[in-house]
Write a new protein. Sequence first.
Length: 247
Amino acid sequence: MVAGVFQALIEACRKQLMPDPAEDRRALAIGRRADAIRAMRKLAACMMLSVLFSSLPMEASMALEEPEFERLDARDEYELRRYPGYLVAETDVEADLEEAGNRAFRILAAFIFGDNVASERIAMTAPVVQSLPEKIAMTAPVLQTPAAARGRYTVAFTMPATYTLETLPKPTDSRIRVREVPARTVAVRTYSGRWTEKLFRENEQALRRALERDGRPSRGATQWARYNAPFSLPPFRRNEVWVEVAD
């Protein structure tokens, strides 16, 4: 039942984010004010559904498919997971940390809602993973960049395990890439709350301090994994910081 509620939420939000062009033309013909009233009512219904969903227990709300993993170790500050390879559809966006996910969502959501070569709908999965730009080797001069500066972020939707590279529908949008993430070991710090850069950075720093203390070298870009709908209540959100570590 929970999965059905969440799929209803996804569908409602899809209609708000990507309305049918024909419906837009008819609405304009009838009148902009009437269209605005209907849009507000639909958005209110979508938000109410989101609030109801997000108030469910954490275990119940996680009904979406997630990549399988083996938990290798669990500590107060983080846990170690071993992920086998899995497929993602990803895109790059130029934005600040908080806005990048919003911009990429529209592109990737269109792909799974049927904007692909096969016109096939692909089941929504979790999490949505955002990769931060990797640090570049030191050069001179040294330039200071504001914390909220724009950057190039890669945002990925995890694909259902039933697909392979051969069977997954091909994107029609050239901004989308489909690839297999190789097997890897990841240190994960889980937290709840709003999707802000400040909260993310606090947890990223806490994770890296704990890894340094435990003598676990990290590699690659930090990743931000989010598991909940955009309108879910912050206290009920499951957010994670991922850092790849040596096996």
